[in-house]
Design a protein around this ligand. Structure first.
Ligand code: FE
Ligand code: FE
Ligand code: ZN
Length: 276
């Protein structure tokens, strides 16, 4: 069975998201750990957390993905932004232990002119400070479009981060289909080649989740603008091949397309009908 879901809002609580996911035919989902632009996280409610954990178990959900705020940048050139990145990730990872066995995805960061190597050093320093042997949460680096000074627009950069992290078994990758296509990996014309390249550089065993998005921009545009499934430069055939690929089909697929809940429900229905 295809493990598919979409981005949901946590504003009405964690258990509510599971019910919303069920109502649109999803068996996984993604949510922001806090306001995506930054700010403070709301305290977790014990009863809500217990209900969330019971519901996902009862309905056999695939692992869920918590997404760090976009403002989290471990390799900023300002001390204050780096301190926020450290504080927010530490707090988020502590909260995630109360929703055990799920994933925490983050954008590696933007080096803002300090250079890729310096960026990678700061990202790995933060991960080495925060990853703990007993953690049940897996931290995922997201493949990026390579917009501006983003780190993680190539598989080699992600590999370099992983190589420098001591507890690297706590670290994996989430592949975003819009981002990799924007970054110059041609998953439309050569999906097998891109997957082989991922395997050679990073290792497919380190791939834990897929952000399933179409793209508003042409191949290798380094822009990062998501489009609805089948309405962008990837197109429905390429997306059908992604969800059915032997090396990918077991993973959780999360939609981050520009949709309200009805649009997500329709995309999930379409993708289930295309799943072989
Ligand atoms: Fe993301
Ligand atoms: Fe994404
Ligand atoms: Zn994106």
């Amino acid at each position: 069975m295809l493990n598919i879901g979409c981005h949901l809002s946590v504003t009405q609580g964690y258990a509510h998201m599971v019910k919303e996911a069920l109502s649109i035919g999803a068996n996984t989902f993604q949510f922001f750990t806090r306001n995506p632009r930054g700010g403070k996280a709301k305290a977790l409610d014990d009863a809500d957390v217990a209900a969330f954990n019971a519901l996902v178990k009862q309905h056999g959900f695939a692992p869920m993905v918590a997404h760090a705020p976009y403002t989290l940048n471990p390799c900023s050139d300002t001390e204050k932004t780096r301190a926020f990145a450290m504080m927010a990730m530490e707090e988020d990872l502590a909260r995630m232990e109360r929703l055990p066995g799920n994933y925490y995805n983050f954008h590696p960061g933007s080096h803002v002119g300090q250079g890729v190597e310096a960026g990678i050093a700061m990202i790995t320093a933060q991960l080495n400070a925060l990853l703990k042997p007993g953690m049940s949460t897996l931290v995922l680096l997201e493949t990026m479009a390579g917009k501006g000074s983003e780190v993680g627009g190539t598989f080699e950069e992600l590999r370099a981060i992983m190589d420098n992290v001591t507890l690297s078994d706590k670290l994996g990758v989430c592949l975003d289909t819009c981002h990799v296509y924007d970054a110059g990996y041609d998953i439309v014309n050569d999906l097998d080649g891109v997957i082989a390249e991922f395997d050679r550089i990073i290792g497919l065993s380190r791939l834990y989740a897929i952000h399933l998005n179409d793209s508003k921009n042409p191949f290798s545009s380094h822009k990062d603008r998501h489009e609805k499934i089948g309405e962008g430069s990837l197109g429905i055939e390429a997306i059908r091949r992604v969800i059915n690929h032997d090396k990918l089909r077991h993973l959780p697929f999360l939609l981050e397309t520009p949709n309200e809940i009805e649009g997500y429900a329709a995309e999930i229905k379409l993708l289930r009908s295309l799943s072989e």
